[in-house]
Design a protein around this ligand. Structure first.
Ligand SMILES: Nc1nc2c(c(=O)[nH]1)N[C@H]1C(S)=C(S)[C@@H](COP(=O)(O)OP(=O)(O)OC[C@H]3O[C@@H](n4cnc5c(=O)[nH]c(N)nc54)[C@H](O)[C@@H]3O)O[C@H]1N2
Ligand SMILES: Nc1nc2c(c(=O)[nH]1)N[C@H]1C(S)=C(S)[C@@H](COP(=O)(O)OP(=O)(O)OC[C@H]3O[C@@H](n4cnc5c(=O)[nH]c(N)nc54)[C@H](O)[C@@H]3O)O[C@H]1N2
Ligand code: SF4
Ligand SMILES: [Mo]
Length: 757
């Protein structure tokens, strides 16, 4: 490797592929060359086309380089950091003291590339008494989390590298990835005649085109299709009875329900032939191993939580768990799903204070956030800290969200740039970008080898920004959460070296109920300065390594981190800090997942009465397509080649199709009298926009699709704002969502299209 290549990772999707980059340009502040890092444990040199445009993030528009405070007239003024931290802390503490810290709501904590903010904010939230939080996960994954929690107290991932049958439900990994080296893995599956790829998607996606079986479901009809698949499995006796007998409790209930499913009728409702449904069920039933990935196509759609359950029954009833090529429970440093163990033990979800909605994995449902704020209820959320997220743009129903954010007593936004959410803030606290500080994600789900990657900083941050760790430590310090005396023994121990620090930290911090919850910022303050230059924000990883060594000693030993747990932990932490490509921290045995479940008797609990009840309602329901006023179903948020949530604010990052066209079936277009590239008016019950169309045979009739990540408001000339493309959530409504966990139906928005003369 030439001297000038530096190692980092891509921050654009959860895969976080390892990258090698060269820096240059004006002041050396730009990415000039980017390629995959062959030494990265998961991506092994792979990278898609998107990271080549990362400079549009690093040098994006509307960067903020000083704390900002809103003035009476609505504009912002720059203030110094001492003032900013003092005022923010004082305002939040006043709300805590008058109304209770539980009225301070926290949103975000990281995106696709940065999860340290979540780790550090845990401390300041604790000091502020903040108890409720949420993030984008609560508009996608909480249904799946709840179902996983009920079945086994955990969430699963699946092994697509080794599966015989791979199934993608409402997931287009060719574009969205989500599995390591997605395109390589997909091609390998497609090429191997012994293996079968099955895609369930209304669109003929890039992935569906490669599949052996494409179940081209009608939009929103997956519940019928999955019920029919499960029905065929049970009725044709493809269930692995011996396995189920040994490993599953309560299987009789879903089996009885599936036995009653009219497979022919439900197939027809779903738009897929009965013959193909039965062929698919047989393929699943007879395979050595089946891996399934469900994603937004069903998780942001009608019956989403039921769909998650029906999906999981497919592998539960066929024994596709805890073996190669099937579902598994990964080792993890931090569970992004939160703690689901209580559900495995039959526990109930906590509820949100105003709307009384289920809180899954600690996350208030996104659809109920406005109603948790826009009320005179004494326990309404009165203040909000938004960190590394853009809810005014990305949450359902931007109009409702803006109204709610504006109604707060105090809104504090911690971001790198002036976002749609930041524009509504009382205070904006600016941070370095993810390439100007050490960062990492907790999206570490690989199996049997799992890895962790702390990225070393590449650029110097501008003066005037502070990393999240520093912001949260200062908030704790202003509130007197710990004193110099509290930290003195830690500093003293560090003078002698890390071996002395271990017992000092355990005795003085972890055994002290006042300090234990502040462990992350205390590590940052004490251990941080002893780490190599630029790595201070990685201090929290030290604590995680020690937790890990207690949780998975055998898996860690197999990865070379052996010995007594504190020794193994120290070795791992050193390896992580020293290795810029990431480190394999655990190597698992195929059946390890059994030991990671948390149900009282160690068996999967397959009966979920609420969802079986929901299943029984399908016979009287319909997929909900096509009313007279809204004849189309809009999928609001398709992952395309150049979309990446709202990480890129510069419209220039999309060289082609800058506006993000509405994809529509050519026959629908011709009925409307519109041609490729024409502008149309697209309306939903919530709003109306103009957008160019792209005629696409990918789309089935009646279904239209818009890309995600567009419609950002970026500063233009003379204080103006320029919006490029459609801001999707001007079109969505908080009223449309899952009844169990409050996830929105972004992929199923009734819509109308009119040609513009
Ligand atoms: N390029 C790119 N990649 C990304 C991201 C990005 O912004 N851009 N974002 C990342 C993030 S945060 C996430 S969560 C993932 C999401 O990854 P995916 O879930 O794969 O992405 P989507 O394109 O939103 O939705 C997947 C598919 O759902 C289908 N769908 C729509 N309606 C239905 C339906 O009724 N039934 C079924 N079965 N399918 C339906 C759509 O046609 C689409 O092909 O992608 C990640 N990767
Ligand atoms: N209609 C519709 N809406 C959707 C979706 C959809 O398909 N359709 N998809 C949803 C999904 S799956 C997701 S995951 C969400 C994503 O929505 P969000 O959670 O809002 O995530 P991002 O859009 O990635 O926004 C990340 C923010 O972090 C900021 N940022 C970047 N780096 C740093 C940093 O180092 N520190 C700090 N403090 N801030 C930083 C960026 O400037 C940006 O404002 O969108 C959701 N919204
Ligand atoms: S797959 Fe995801 S993480 Fe990897 S290079 Fe592409 S966008 Fe980046
Ligand atoms: Mo997401």
């Amino acid at each position: 490797m030439s001297e000038s290549w530096k190692k980092t990772a891509c921050i654009l999707c959860e895969c976080n592929c390892g990258l090698e980059v060269q820096l240059g340009g004006e002041g050396g502040g730009h990415f000039t060359r980017i390629r995959g890092d062959k030494a990265h444990p998961a991506s092994e040199g792979y990278a898609c086309e998107k990271p080549h445009r990362l400079d549009f993030y690093q040098n994006g528009p509307d960067r903020i380089t000083a704390p900002l405070r809103r003035k009476e007239d609505g504009s912002f003024e720059e203030i110094d950091w001492d003032t900013a931290i003092a005022e923010v802390t004082q305002r939040l503490a006043a709300i805590r003291d008058e109304h209770g810290g539980d009225t301070i709501f926290y949103f975000g904590g990281g995106g696709q590339g940065n999860h340290f903010p979540a780790a550090y904010s845990a401390a300041s939230r604790r000091v502020l008494g903040s108890r409720y939080r949420s993030s984008a996960l609560a508009q996608e994954k909480t249904g799946e989390f709840w179902v996983g929690g009920r079945l086994m107290g955990e969430v699963t991932r699946a092994d697509f590298e080794h599966c015989e049958v791979g199934i993608f439900i409402g997931k287009n990994p060719w574009q969205s990835h989500g599995i390591p080296r997605a395109r390589v893995t997909l091609k390998a599956m497609a090429k191997d005649p012994q293996r079968t790829m099955i895609v369930i998607d209304p669109r003929e996606t890039e992935t569906a085109k490669m599949a052996d079986i494409h179940l081209q479901v009608k939009p929103g009809a997956d519940a019928w299709l999955l019920a029919a698949l499960g029905g065929a499995l049970v009725q044709e006796d493809l269930v692995d009875h011996a396995w189920v007998q040994e490993h599953v409790d309560g299987a009789d209930d879903p089996i009885a329900a599936l036995r009653e499913i009219p497979v022919g009728e439900y197939s027809e409702i779903s738009g897929v032939s009965e013959e193909l449904v039965r062929e698919t069920a047989r393929r699943i039933g007879k395979a050595e191993s089946v891996a399934i990935f469900e994603d937004l196509g069903i998780q942001m759609n009608r019956f989403s939580t039921l769909n998650s359950y029906l999906n999981k029954l497919l592998w539960v009833l066929t024994g596709n768990f805890a073996k190669e090529g099937a579902q598994y429970i990964p080792s993890y440093l931090v569970s992004v799903a939160g703690n689901l163990k209580k559900f495995g033990a039959g526990g109930e979800a906590k509820r949100s204070p105003v709307a009384n909605k289920r809180i899954i994995g600690g996350l208030t449902p996104c659809n109920s956030i406005p109603s948790e704020i826009l009320t005179d209820h004494p326990k309404r959320y009165r203040a909000m800290i938004v960190e590394s997220s853009n809810p005014a743009h990305s949450m359902p129903d931007s109009q409702a969200m803006r109204e709610a954010l504006s109604a707060l007593d105090t809104l504090v936004v911690i971001d790198i740039a002036m976002t749609e959410t930041a524009r509504l803030a009382d205070y904006i606290l600016p941070t370095p970008t993810q390439f100007e500080k050490a960062e990492a994600t907790f999206f570490n789900f690989e199996f049997p080898e799992n890895y962790f990657h702390v990225r070393q900083p590449l650029f110097d941050p501008p003066e005037g920004v502070l990393p999240e760790a520093e912001i949260h430590a200062r908030i704790c310090e202003v509130l007197g959460a710990y004193s110099d005396e509290d930290l003195a023994p830690l500093h003293a121990a560090l003078e002698q070296g890390r071996p002395a620090f271990i017992p000092a930290f355990f005795q003085n911090v972890l055994s002290n109920p006042k300090l234990a919850p502040l462990a992350s910022v205390i590590l940052y303050r004490t251990l941080g300065p002893h780490l190599p230059p630029g790595m201070q924000t990685a201090a929290v990883v030290w604590g995680l390594c020690h937790q890990l060594a207690n949780k998975y000693p055998e898996s860690m030993a197999r990865a070379g981190f052996d010995g007594p747990s504190f020794v193994a932990a120290e070795k791992l932490f050193d390896a992580i800090i020293e290795n810029p490509s990431g480190v394999v921290f655990s190597i698992d045995e195929p059946d390890v997942s059994w030991s990671r479940m948390s149900t009282p008797n160690g068996k999967i609990q397959a009966s979920i009465p609420e969802l079986l009840q929901e299943l029984s309602t399908l016979k009287d329901a319909s997929p909900g397509t096509g009313s007279a006023s809204f004849p189309f179903v809009l999928s609001a948020g398709e992952r395309r080649s150049f979309t990446a949530n709202t990480i890129f604010r510069s419209p220039e990052w999309r060289k082609k199709d800058a506006q993000g066209s509405l994809r529509i079936n050519p026959d629908d277009a011709s009925e409307l009298g519109v041609h490729d590239g024409d502008q149309v008016r697209l309306s939903t019950k919530r709003g109306s926009v103009e957008v160019p169309v792209e005629l696409s045979v990918m789309m089935q009739r009646g279904h239209v699709s818009l890309p995600n990540g567009l419609g950002l408001d970026v500063s233009g000339p003379e204080g103006s704002q320029v919006r490029t493309g459609v801001a999707l959530n001007e079109l969505t409504s908080v009223d449309d969502g899952d009844e169990f966990v409050g996830t929105p139906w972004h992929k199923h928005v009734p819509a109308r299209i009119e040609a513009i003369a």
